[in-house]
Ligand binder design. Structure first.
Ligand SMILES: Nc1ncnc2c1ncn2[C@@H]1O[C@H](COP(=O)(O)OP(=O)(O)O)[C@@H](O)[C@H]1O
Ligand SMILES: [Mg+2]
Length: 261
């Protein structure tokens, strides 16, 4: 799989007049940015550019007498000074590139943060189609909502939004429609970045009910996540759209002479 550099994807989506409004403030990580980010935002995320599934993700924040850092689901580490914090981050980050990003205060279900995965698939006509959505709830003490590495679980978006009270009950439907509409815009814009036939988009809902775009997973977004919901409708839709798209691709390939492939 081609590593989807988080930084190049961020810059790409920042060109879109609508989607850019949903991107958390982000920069390529440099030690010199840490102080400003920590002054401006309650929490700050530092994420490797080209790994996935929550690997290596750090959350840092200011604390009485210093700073705190958690990596993935690890122990909270205390750093008594900014210098000590930088060193700690440097040890974990090594030579690889990272981004620094405003931490979104994710809304919570029973005290655990969640984000929303919207699954978009190309259909049997080769067009983008919304296939389903779910909420990924973080595991205990996890700073990531990735279900496998973060130890979390999935539930329906309606349940998560209602439980968390991030939005008043009468606005849940509207927010779900907005998520679908924005996800179509993400896919249409992504066409200019790279060809993909299935995209899993991670949206955050903050405690005020605002949406933020966390990540665009292309190439191999998990279908299995949707099999974990007790209602298998989305899972079946995803599998059906996938096979219809693959059939279209096979037909197109048969039409092209071998020499032009
Ligand atoms: N800026 C942020 N604010 C709050 N939570 C975040 C932020 N960035 C990442 N996370 C949490 O970490 C998880 C993994 O981050 P993500 O950017 O999707 O990286 P990965 O490619 O490793 O999945 C997200 O699903 C979310 O739970
Ligand atoms: Mg992710």
């Amino acid at each position: 799989m081609i590593p989807s550099s988080k930084w190049s994807l961020h810059r790409f989506f920042a060109k879109h007049p609508v989607i850019r409004k949903y991107l958390p403030p982000t920069a390529l990580y440099q030690e010199s940015l840490l102080d400003a980010y920590l002054r401006q935002y309650d929490t700050v995320y530092i994420k490797p550019c080209s790994t996935h599934m929550g690997k290596g993700i750090m959350k840092v924040w200011k604390q009485e007498g210093g700073y705190a850092l958690v990596k993935e689901r690890g122990q909270t580490v205390f750093a008594p000074s900014l210098e000590a914090l930088k060193e700690r981050i440097g040890q974990s980050a090594g030579e690889s590139k990272h981004i620094i990003q405003k931490g979104i205060p994710l809304s919570e279900v029973n005290g655990r943060p969640y984000d929303i995965r919207v699954m978009m698939m190309r259909n049997g006509a080769g067009k983008w189609q919304y296939a389903g959505m779910l909420a990924k709830v973080a595991g205990a003490d996890s700073v990531i909502t990735n279900v496998a590495r973060g130890g979390g679980y999935v539930t329906t978006v309606r349940h998560a939004l209602q439980q968390s009270r991030a939005v008043p009950p009468e606005n849940v439907k509207k927010l779900i429609r907005e998520l679908i509409d924005l996800s179509y815009q993400v896919c249409t814009h992504f066409n200019k970045y790279k060809h993909s036939s299935q995209i899993g988009i991670d949206w955050a809902v903050d405690k005020q009910g605002n949406l933020a775009l966390i990540e665009v997973n292309f190439d191999f977004p998990s279908h299995g996540l949707f099999a974990k919901l007790s209602d298998k409708t989305y899972y079946r839709t995803i599998k059906r759209l996938r096979s219809q798209y693959l059939a279209l691709r096979a037909r197109r390939r048969r039409k092209k002479p071998a020499s032009s492939r």
